[in-house]
Design a binder for this molecule. Structure first.
Ligand code: ATP
Length: 307
């Protein structure tokens, strides 16, 4: 069993003369919640449509569940559940009836999957209420139910919180977390709302104007955004020893170029500089660094605010 649920290699899609996405390499491992972040028009939907087989690449390749044979991709796509654009609901039908139609379409045997799915998405008690009378959050959960009906291993959601109120967003987020934790579902979710994805995903891909600018884990993102003092001294090894011995801290990192990132003493820079200089070190640089999430992404895409 491959550890990789999705890998793309130089995936590109061109509409007329313009690339919607170009040379995208993403890697999603089993169990990850992968947040695909980008502004409107960045290429998120195009990417997700390619992965789910709703459109075909101009060049490059897709590997799903370890299989990169284009002829077999359609079988692997059946192991995924997706909501791309609006979920296809029948407004005059109940939640149960909606799922029943999709069960028959997909050829899933037995009706137990319907009750189980309704339970899973919190719609078990909606009885005779028709989908047209559902709140947007309920409609979205029903859409999720349709995607989950065939018990997929990989769930793909394109901007699922669009239009939801804050409570609906929290509910959906918690539901996705439960599915990931308890059913081991791997999730690819796109959004232009960074702050929102940050609370859900543990890996991030940042797309801008069709290009993948960066792929990083939640931990790496935290590190990048964590406030710290950036210290450059003439003898980094000695500097590290002084921080440990004299300031009793180990909450720092010595970077390959010798720069020290110190994560505490942010409010007491004076003590840090005095301790280092009084031990004979020359301070070549000392500054406070670290971005808010918003600033980090904004800088990455060239100063355009995307939250
Ligand atoms: P949004 O959040 O606004 O949907 P997105 O990140 O999902 O944005 P895409 O919908 O993938 O972005 O669009 C990427 C680019 O490709 C855009 O410039 C868009 O106009 C273009 N595009 C997408 N689909 C088509 C199409 N069927 N024909 C022509 N151009 C398209």
């Amino acid at each position: 069993m491959s550890d990789f649920i999705l890998r793309t290699n130089k995936l590109s899609k061109k509409y007329k003369s313009d690339f919607a996405i170009e040379n995208i390499n993403v890697t999603i491992k089993r169990g990850e919640i992968y947040g695909f972040i980008g502004q409107n028009g960045a290429g998120k939907s195009t990417m997700l449509r390619l992965v789910t087989g709703l459109t075909f690449p101009t060049s490059g390749s897709i590997e799903l569940f370890g299989n990169n044979n284009p002829k077999e991709l359609i079988d692997e796509q059946k192991r995924t559940g997706a909501i791309i654009e609006q979920p296809a609901l029948f407004p005059n039908m109940t939640a149960y009836e909606n799922l029943e139609v999709h069960r028959l379409q997909k050829g899933i045997p037995g009706k137990e999957c319907i009750i189980n799915t309704l339970e899973l998405v919190g719609l078990r008690d909606t009885g005779k209420k028709k989908a047209k009378n559902f709140s947007l959050g309920m409609k979205q959960r029903l859409g999720l139910g349709i995607a989950l009906l065939s018990d997929p291993e990989f769930l793909i959601l394109d901007e699922p919180t669009n239009g939801l109120d804050p409570m609906g967003i929290v509910e959906l987020r918690e539901l996705i977390k439960v599915l990931n934790r308890e059913k081991g579902l791997t999730v690819l979710i796109s959004s232009h709302m960074l702050s929102e994805l940050y609370q859900l995903a543990n890996k991030f891909g940042i797309i801008h104007r069709g290009k993948l600018l960066e792929e990083l884990t939640g931990k790496e993102l935290d590190e990048k955004c964590r406030q710290h003092l950036r210290i450059k001294v003439d003898d980094p090894t000695k500097g590290a020893t002084i921080l440990e011995k004299q300031l009793s801290t180990t909450d720092f990192e010595v970077m390959p170029d010798g720069t020290i990132k110190l994560f505490n003493f942010l409010d007491d820079v004076f003590t840090v500089s005095r301790t280092l200089t009084s031990n004979g070190l020359v301070i070549e640089h000392l500054s406070q660094n670290g971005d808010s999430l918003e600033n980090y992404f904004s800088k990455l895409i060239g100063g355009v605010d995307i939250v």
